[in-house]
Design a protein around this ligand. Structure first.
Ligand SMILES: *Cc1c(COP(=O)(O)O)cnc(C)c1O
Length: 949
């Protein structure tokens, strides 16, 4: 092949041609084409043409992205509504956002190799709890508007009142109102708007009420009596609050709030045309166990040393399924890490100074506007004022001439929000647009109401790393605790931890993509519109569906959007009774949780011994559902890692019973270029751009979960009243019209640089690598499921239960022992408990795959020694894993050597990854819930701790 060095696919795909041939030979296949012929069911094999663009080089892709970016017009935004200019400290941008040690990490389910990001998240949780005055914060939400919906659902679950009424502040952000209405309807919740300044309007029993603090209009209202009134009705009191304002005004937690939520965007996260940003959610005491999303807690390791882990994991959808508290899985970890670090870097004094400067600039502007006779809507505000004037349009245009964009609320109201990036020069220009003089520092006055008295962020972590040198070293220290893709393979089944290339990532931080407000005028967004249209058309071609929405900001939200589309479709045809959603027992936990949120009733369909949907059980359930059948939700390739042969028949069966077929496409990596959901029977799917399409996992987010559908569902895909392009007239699933828009260039670049041929090769090599691993391990670990010709798709499930029975070596022991060998564990106990699910992906070099296979075989041999009685069951390298450096320096009373513990066969001593803690006691952490920064003293390592064990 000519000019290979220009072709990105040869950088993206790990094994080179001769290595691929070696792997094929081992499987007894002549070529990738033969492998795919043998693995893929003929009925779904797509052999038609592709409309994807020709692959272009990395340089050319960046050139095209620059051209697209230049079509966005960046102005100084005064639009507010939850999205503000901010300064991302360079040390955080370079060392977190642009650092693969942070952005390529996986969700911290293996806490021993995740202490760095867990500490960063506990900083974040501490920041949120202290600024809001609440007891416990989770580790992030998808955005502010969805966080308000989650808060409403906490109230629904926990309130004493049985009422279906929820009161919403009429001064909520408009995008939040739209989302609340759309999400409330299928759940039978009635939204009533009221004026938070007039609690007479809260006049009937309710299960909760939410106020915006400060309001969308900028006003600050006192709401103690209001919260007391909600409590009298048996409801929960919720505030959606601006964290920057809370450094100056009394936090809702001190006013009786039960739940406080919002966004942390203005803590150093660029607006990015809507996202990604970390939404936040915090609760008072006793509500911890009702919280959605992930929560980091403090526990102890095998030596009793404090260690962090995700806590209350029993709430995960994988276990609770249709009874889960929420469908949220992927959240916004990378952005939460950044926002927490913004607080660490600035500390309480600087945060307050930043907030005061914003307030002073706002009040100075307000003063000069009043001087020229303009009327303001409110006299108490933090950063936002509303100007009431019949000439709103003229002033708006005059400001636009100077590249300043206000919020044109209507023909007579202008909104102006000041932020950290607003300079005095911007203010002078804006004032001039109104014919007012330039505001000055002396013009500033205090227009706040209810000043905050309580202290916050007193923990040393927020009062230490304020120099850039100190901050750089803190970030490096935490990054070094962790295992991410920059150290080695992360063979996580169902999560597709593939390459996130630098060229793909590059454009995310360009100002033209980073600094655009999500509700900017359409004329400013032409670059984004081009990128979105192009990427959408490619995803449409890849999936065989006509309609695409990029709005959902995680796979779970794509599921919800797709199921809401099915619901809308049935109802539009008068089929109001169609509410049953059939879901196979093997499905990802989010499926069942999403179906409940879409107002559906979940019925589980059994799987047969081969891991396929049990045809008889399916037929029986379809018959039983009758005309109440709404949908079947299946995953393809199945969560068991195989290409299900009967999928076409299954789709036909559902259609002939009047149901719609939802195909969960999170694992599209095994079908891109070879099969199309829309062609073989799906009506709607979601994709996970943070799996198949190279958006990095970020330690548990961000993500993009586009929903793709056949044309009859198009009008029921997510809409948004403030979108710059024509969207369906249906409700939204995210706060921003195009969700996490600023990370779309990543997937755009991937498809553009791979082209159809590159994508097909990626799929085939992913399947090749998975089959290679499965066959190499098969003698040591039984392979649970295979499809046609004994082949699997993109992942292998191996059974650890025989080892557990015969040697007392469990799943956990194998996973933790892999750390000693320098690996991240595969997916544990999903979808079958007592198993490991391995997905090597196409990006892993053959050398790394072989190293992993060797480690697994060596671990099997170690287990044999336990089984044969050479090592006791309670004292062997498996049950004691992982081993730390401090353990090596202490006493040693194990029947195996230190060498065997930390430098086992094949592990390369120089490149050794040392876990910072020993195995973590999960149950201890769940019993003793601590979700904020522990006092420093608890970390002082005592000599007894080192020598014990
Ligand atoms: C990852 C995954 C999901 C959920 O996606 P999130 O982005 O984490 O919400 C759903 N289904 C399957 C099969 C998945 O692998």
């Amino acid at each position: 092949m000519t000019q290979q060095h220009h072709q990105f696919q040869f950088r993206h795909i790990g094994p080179n041609a001769s290595e691929q041939q070696e792997m094929l030979d081992y499987l007894g296949m002549a070529s990738l084409a033969e492998l795919m012929e043998k693995a893929l069911p003929e009925a779904i094999h797509y052999r038609g043409a592709s409309l994807l663009p020709e692959a272009i080089s990395e340089d050319d892709a960046l050139g095209r992205l620059h051209e697209i970016a230049s079509k966005n017009r960046i102005t100084q935004s005064f639009m507010g509504l939850g999205y503000y200019g901010t300064r991302t400290p360079g040390v955080i941008k370079r060392n977190v956002l642009e650092n693969p040690s942070w952005y390529t990490a996986y969700t911290p389910y293996q806490p021993e190799i995740s202490q760095g990001r867990l500490e960063a998240l506990i900083n974040y949780q501490t920041m949120v709890t202290e600024l809001t005055g609440m007891k416990t914060s989770n580790a992030s939400m998808l955005d502010e508007s969805t966080a308000v919906v989650e808060a409403m659902m906490i109230a629904k679950r926990s309130a004493a009142s049985e009422s279906n009424v929820f009161f919403a502040d009429s001064d909520l952000f408009p995008q939040t109102k739209a989302l609340l209405e759309h999400r409330a309807e299928p759940l039978g919740i009635v939204i009533r708007y009221f004026d938070a300044a007039n609690n007479q309007e809260l006049d009937e029993e309710c299960f909760g009420a939410v106020v915006q603090y400060p309001g969308a209009s900028g006003r600050i209202v006192e709401f103690e009596n209001l919260f007391a009134k909600v409590h009298e009705f048996g409801g929960l009191a919720i505030a959606t609050a601006d964290l920057m304002a809370l450094t100056l005004i009394t936090p809702p937690g001190e006013k009786g709030a039960d739940v406080v939520c919002g966004t942390t965007q203005r803590f150093g996260i660029p607006m990015g045309f809507g996202g990604p940003h970390a939404g936040y959610l915090a609760v008072r005491e006793k509500l911890e166990r009702t919280m959605p999303g992930r929560l980091v807690g403090v526990s102890v390791d095998a030596e009793g040393a404090p260690a962090y882990r995700l806590t209350l994991q029993t709430r995960e959808q994988h276990i609770r399924r249709e009874k889960a508290t929420s469908n949220i899985c992927t959240a916004q970890v990378l952005l939460a890490v950044m926002a927490g670090m913004y607080a660490v870097y600035h500390g309480p004094k600087n945060l307050k100074a930043i907030a005061l400067e914003i307030h002073h600039k706002t009040s100075a502007l307000a003063k000069v506007l009043v001087e020229v006779g303009l009327e303001l809507e409110h006299s108490h505000f933090f950063d936002t004022i509303r100007v009431l004037t019949p000439n709103a349009n003229e002033f708006y245009e005059a400001a636009r001439q100077k590249d300043l964009t206000m919020l044109l609320v209507d023909d007579e109201i202008l909104g102006i929000s000041v932020d950290e990036s607003t300079s005095w020069h911007h203010l002078a220009e804006l004032a001039a647009a109104f014919g007012a003089r330039a505001p000055r520092g002396e013009d500033a006055t205090d227009q706040l109401k209810s000043h905050r008295q309580s202290a916050y962020l007193e923990h040393p972590v927020f009062n230490t790393h304020h120099s850039e040198t100190g901050m750089m070293r803190y970030l490096k220290r935490l990054a070094d605790f962790d295992y991410a893709l920059d150290r080695g393979m992360i063979p996580l089944g169902s999560c597709t931890m593939k390459l996130n290339s630098v060229t793909e990532m590059e454009a995310v931080t360009w100002p033209e993509f980073a600094n655009l407000h999500p509700f900017a005028p359409a004329e400013d967004t032409q670059g984004y519109m081009e990128l979105i249209t192009e990427l959408s058309s490619w995803l449409s071609d890849i999936t065989g569906y006509e309609a695409v929405s990029l709005q959902p900001n995680a796979g779970s939200q794509g599921e919800l959007a797709g199921l809401l589309a099915i619901r809308g479709y049935h109802r539009s045809r008068g089929d109001f009774q169609r509410s049953i959603c059939l879901i196979p027992s093997s499905a990802h936990g989010t499926n069942a949780a999403s179906a409940v949120l879409a107002g559906m009733d979940v019925v589980v369909v059994q799987c047969d011994e081969d891991g396929n949907v049990d045809f008889h059980d399916l037929t029986r359930n379809i018959a039983e559902a009758g005309d109440r059948l709404a949908a079947l939700m299946i995953t393809y390739p199945s969560t068991h890692g195989v290409y299900e042969e009967a999928v076409v028949e299954i789709c036909d069966l559902v259609h002939s019973a009047g149901g719609q077929v939802y195909i969960d496409g999170a694992n599209t990596n095994a079908v891109v270029g070879y099969a199309k959901f829309g062609d073989f029977g799906g009506d709607v799917s979601h994709l996970n751009l943070h799996k198949t399409f190279c958006i990095p996992h970020g330690g548990g987010g961000p993500g993009v979960g586009p929903v793709v559908a056949r044309s009859h569902l198009q009008e029921f895909l997510p809409g948004h009243s403030m979108a710059q392009a024509e969207l369906p007239k249906y409700g939204p699933v995210s706060g921003a019209p195009f969700g996490s828009a600023s990370i779309l260039p990543i997937s755009w670049a991937y498809v553009q640089m791979m082209g159809n041929e590159g994508l097909m090769n990626a799929t085939a090599v992913a399947v090749l690598s998975a089959n290679y691993v499965a066959k190499k391990l098969a003698d040591a670990f039984p392979l649970l499921y295979t499809g046609k010709n004994g082949l699997i798709a993109h992942e292998a499930i191996i059974d650890i239960r025989p080892l557990q029975n015969e040697a007392g070596v469990g799943n956990d022991d194998v996973a933790k022992r892999l750390i000693d060998y320098g690996f991240h564990a595969p997916t544990m106990s999903f979808p079958v408990s007592g198993t490991l699910m391995i997905e090597p992906t196409e990006s892993e070099p053959k050398q790394e795959i072989d190293r992993f296979i060797d480690a697994m075989l060596a671990i099997r041999a170690e287990a044999q020694k336990v089984q044969d009685g050479d090592w006791p069951k309670d004292n062997n390298p498996l049950v004691n894993a992982p081993h730390t450096a401090s353990q090596m320096a202490g006493e040693w009373d194990h029947p195996y050597t230190r060498q065997e513990a930390v430098y086992p066969a094949g592990a390369e001593p120089k490149g050794k990854y040392w876990p910072p803690v020993r195995r973590i006691d999960g149950a201890f952490g769940d019993r003793n819930l601590t979700c904020t920064c522990p006092p420093i003293e608890s970390f002082i390592t005592t000599p007894s701790r080192i020598s014990s064990s």
